[in-house]
Design a protein around this ligand. Structure first.
Ligand code: C5P
Length: 222
């Protein structure tokens, strides 16, 4: 039997993380936060003192880094263990996002993470969140959504998120960082950020989260 997959791709701050989690919970499906994998490799490479432009070293790091997701003991956010260390908080920062985006442009790094991602596809179903879920990793997914929002709105959402986590950021700095990261993600040669031909596009600018969730559910029911 084919395990159904719902892919939710889009730029950072498009709401895909929150929406993916809510939809996966509702459906009782597994969740793949593929961005966390790239963040984990960027983090591990940094912790090992690697030069992020050293393709061979970073590729070996991607191949050997042990990444595990663990439900938190207090019912909060899923914990991400990188080589046994709980790096959840470090992985959230915009510095980790930028490192992830840098190493994610290396084809051999992306290749090293393919099997790990495919392994998340288990019954009864999978919600896969990222940039290339519908285009590269799960091209045969039955349901594909691509979320967008204006850069200003995405920066505002990330700002609120990071502030709530107690991180010190400025809105203007964040918007610059997000725009730089999206430009790099969209222009890279491998698995660029772009909607699959058969994805349903949803512009979430000014849209409350429950409305976005409802739109995604409509795709799964169609
Ligand atoms: O989604 P998130 O912001 O956690 O992703 C961090 C970075 O990881 C992105 O900016 C992108 O460069 C990279 N990424 C990717 N492919 C994915 C998911 C994330 O290249 N499927």
């Amino acid at each position: 039997v084919v395990v159904p997959v719902l892919t939710i791709d889009g730029p950072s701050g498009s709401g895909k993380g929150t929406v993916s989690r809510l939809v996966a919970e509702c459906l009782g499906w597994r969740l793949l936060d593929s961005g966390a994998l790239y963040r984990a490799v960027g983090y591990a490479a940094g912790a090992a003192g690697l030069d992020l432009s050293d393709i061979d070293a970073v590729t070996r790091c991607a191949q050997s880094t042990k990444i595990r997701f663990h439900p938190s003991a207090d019912g909060g956010d899923t914990r991400v263990l990188v080589n046994g260390h709980d790096a959840t908080d470090e992985l959230r920062t915009e510095t980790a996002g930028a490192a992830a985006s840098a190493i994610a442009s290396i084809p051999s790094v992306r290749q090293a993470l393919v099997d790990l991602q495919l392994g998340f596809r288990k019954a009864p179903g999978l919600v896969a969140d990222g940039r290339d879920m519908g285009t590269v990793i799960f091209p045969d997914a039955a349901y594909k959504v691509f979320l967008t929002a204006s850069a200003a709105e995405r920066a505002k959402r990330r700002y609120k998120q990071l502030k709530e986590k107690g991180l010190s950021v400025t809105l203007s700095g964040l918007q610059r960082e997000i725009e730089a990261r999206d430009a790099r993600d969209a222009s890279r040669a491998v698995a660029p950020l772009k909607p699959a031909d058969d994805a349903v596009l949803v512009d979430t600018t000014g849209m409350p989260i429950d409305e976005v969730v409802a739109k995604v559910f409509a795709v799964v029911r169609s």
